[in-house]
Every structure is written in C-alpha cells, then in structure tokens.
Design a protein around this ligand. Structure first.
Ligand code: ATP
Length: 299
C-alpha cells in the first residue's frame, strides 16, 4: 500500500468536485436497487450471495463495483441484466421494475460476444434489425455507432480480423446500438494487455462523454475503478453487502497523469483498505522443498 503520511482524506473534495457531485445527485436515478437479495441453493445449504443491497445510479453517472472474489459482483450484474431472478428486493430502471432482459440495459462482458460469422457492421445492426428497424435505418445508425468507437475503417471486417481491444469496441457499439438507458459492463477489459486496457479506458470515457448513457462497470483493478468512476461501490463478501460507496474526488476530465495526484492515491488506498484489510493480509508460505544445490541466495 502507498504510504498514507501526506495523503489527504479521500473524502476531501475541491469546490468544483463537490459541485459536480451535488449536480449529479440532483439528476434522477436511472437505476435503483432496493433491498436486493440473492440466495442460491447448494448441497451444504443455502448460499446468501447478496443481502440487502441498496443504491442508486444517477443519469450519466459512471459507477464502478469492486470487491473481493466471491462477493457477488457478477451475481449483481446478472440480476440487473435480467439473467438471474432476485430472491428478494427490487430493481428499477427509470422507476420501472426489471422483470427479465430488456433493451433498456446493454451488456458488455469480458469474453467477446460478437457473432463471428457477421461483419462489424452486421454485428452492430443485429439488435436494431431484431427490434424491427428498417435495414436502411439500422445500417446508417450502425455506421454512426461504429464511427463513435473509432472503427469506421473496419466496418466490413470480421471479428477474427480484429485485435482484442477492437473487438471490445465493437461489443460496446453493438450494445449502444440498442440505445439502452444503462450500460452494464462485467470486467470488459479484464482479458486485455495493460497497454490496450489503458487505451480502452480512455476510449470508454470519450464515448461516455459524447452520449446520454449511464454506466455500471465491474472491475478488480482499483486504478481502473478510480480512473473511470464518479462513485465506486465496494461490496464485502459472505454475504455480499455494500460496505461503502466512495465519491471519487479526482476532477474531470480525467487523464492518466492524475494517477499521481494525492486524491487519486488516497482513494485507491481507501479501496485497498476496504477490500484487503491489514488484518486479513497474510503471506502464505509454501512448504520448504529445495531442488537446487546452487549456493546463491536469490531471496
Ligand atoms: N449459480 C450459483 N449457484 C450457487 N452459488 C452461486 C452461484 N453463482 C454464484 N454463487 C455463489 O455466490 C457468491 C457470489 O458469486 P459471484 O460469482 O457473484 O462473485 P464475484 O464477486 O463475481 O466473484 P469473482 O470476482 O470471482 O468473479 C459466491 O459465493 C458464489 O459461490
């Protein structure tokens, strides 16, 4: 963990940041989660994956969800997508209860979920065509979404001709083509190398800035969470519960140099404390089995 000596409190906000949050909270929530519960049957008895989850995501807000492995992040996003049924509580999009999958929620997963036999353009047109749009309209709209993600030169390419980052940009365009109210992203950049991942984070912020979309984004990467978010929701495990919702005090627009700002480091430190408390951090020792006779000590 970064030394905390000279870092400000992560709750300290400049007047500009505080004003931004005041405005954000005045906007109506696109997503409301009320008393949400999820229990799974298991041979050892019932597993409570999520218990009494409450939060709102406001219009055009970018919220990240972080937490230890097994704290229920995927369960939460699958319920929001309508792929899993809650055991209790309510999920509302624009005040209307979620009863299953719907076009008001776009999904982007870690694995590339493009149709490999369709071109980029045909992948992006697929949703609007299924919704009954005329081919001409679906095509011209698809071109616009492809342009938004910077892939106009590749509209006739097939997924196997694209890099991992480009495929994820097509997946974003395809999700946005349905004009959802909220984009649900489950570790979308988890399989990308560090450089592509950083590039995708920057692209995503540019896309978000240019359209009326609210984003809920799951990640394991705390730098990514602080860099992207307005607020970060921290889940704790067994049972999955909201531990804290942090307002990120880093000003917008964001750029990578902000990673060195004291408020960035203070927020990341706080997330680290919440997810891996000092008391839980222990170094696991492997059994001593020495298979070399070379005398140099490497550690
Ligand atoms: N279909 C299922 N049946 C039984 N238990 C489940 C099922 N899906 C998830 N769980 C349990 O619910 C809890 C939350 O799982 P979930 O996959 O949502 O966590 P996660 O935070 O997404 O984990 P990770 O970060 O490792 O992906 C875990 O204890 C998991 O074992």
């Amino acid at each position: 963990m970064i030394a905390t000596l000279d870092l400000p409190d992560y709750r300290t906000q400049t007047p500009a940041v505080a004003e931004r949050f005041a405005k954000l909270k005045q906007r109506p929530p696109v997503l409301s989660v009320r008393g949400l519960e999820k229990r799974f049957p298991s041979p050892q008895g019932e597993v409570t994956a999520l218990k009494n989850i409450n939060f709102d995501v406001h219009r055009r807000e970018f919220m990240c969800v972080v937490g230890q492995s097994g704290c229920g992040k995927s369960t939460l996003i699958r319920m929001l997508a309508g792929l899993e049924t809650p055991s209790g509580g309510e999920l509302l999009v624009d005040g209307k209860p979620v009863r299953g999958p719907g076009r008001d929620r776009g999904m982007v997963f870690q694995g590339y979920t493009l149709f490999p036999w369709l071109t980029v353009k045909a992948n992006v047109m697929f949703g609007p065509l299924m919704a009954g749009k005329a081919k001409y309209t679906a095509e011209s709209e698809a071109r616009q979404w492809i342009e938004l993600v910077g892939l106009s030169k590749f509209e006739d390419a097939y997924p196997h001709q694209l890099s991992g980052g480009m495929k994820q940009r097509v997946a974003i365009a395809r999700a946005l083509a349905n004009e959802p109210r909220i984009l649900l992203m489950d570790e979308p950049f988890g399989a990308l190398d560090a450089q592509t991942r950083a590039q995708m984070q920057s692209y995503l912020l540019q896309i978000w800035k240019n359209i009326d979309i609210t984003i809920l984004f799951i990640t394991h990467d705390l730098d990514e969470a602080v860099y992207l978010s307005d607020r970060v929701l921290v889940l704790e495990a067994r049972p999955g519960r909201v531990k804290e919702i942090i307002e990120v005090p880093v000003p917008r627009p964001r750029d990578f140099s902000q990673i060195a700002l004291p408020e960035f480091m203070a927020t990341k430190n706080r997330l680290q404390e919440l997810i891996h408390p000092e008391s839980e951090r222990k170094e696991d020792k492997l059994p001593m089995l020495r298979l070399t006779t070379v005398g140099d000590d490497v550690e």
